[in-house]
Design a binder for this molecule. Structure first.
Ligand SMILES: [Zn+2]
Length: 142
């Protein structure tokens, strides 16, 4: 008991009989807060799909990073093929276009992004994912 008193006096400079009780309450409260914080940070890891540019984007989480990000057909669910052959124009931004094509649906264009090539598009989608996670309004869209 004398050690407990000394402990409180060393930290707070005084001691009263309720301090151990408050300490237990504080530890319980801190544990509950940490539990909810932990669950909140983990919740976004269930967010693994989103609809953008009329196509479905899916990815995995490795630690806090988005990995294996790719696009899928909104009709049949197959992986899309990306054609960014026309994304190297240096004249106009609108001339830089990446097309997303579904082979399974019969070489049909499922979406297009104006402004850059596939790595540009992946960066934009990753940015959108981080934005939604930061805002806390994320829900799987497919
Ligand atoms: Zn398809």
């Amino acid at each position: 008991m004398i050690y407990i008193k000394e402990f409180y006096i060393r930290i707070f400079g005084y001691y009263d009989g309720f301090m151990p009780f408050y300490s237990v309450l504080f530890v319980l409260f801190a544990t509950i807060v940490l539990f909810f914080l932990f669950h909140k940070t983990e919740a976004y890891k269930k967010f693994r799909s989103l609809k953008m540019y009329d196509i479905i984007w899916r990815w995995e989480w490795r630690n806090e990073k988005v990995v294996s990000l790719w696009c899928y057909c909104p009709t049949c669910g197959e992986q899309l093929v990306c054609d960014d052959e026309y994304s190297h124009s240096k004249v106009l931004l609108v001339n830089k276009t990446t097309f997303f094509i579904c082979k399974t649906c019969g070489d049909i264009e499922k979406g297009r992004v104006v402004g850059g090539n596939r790595s540009y598009v992946l960066k934009i989608v990753k940015f959108e994912i981080s934005k939604r996670v930061a805002n806390g309004n994320f829900e799987n869209e497919q």
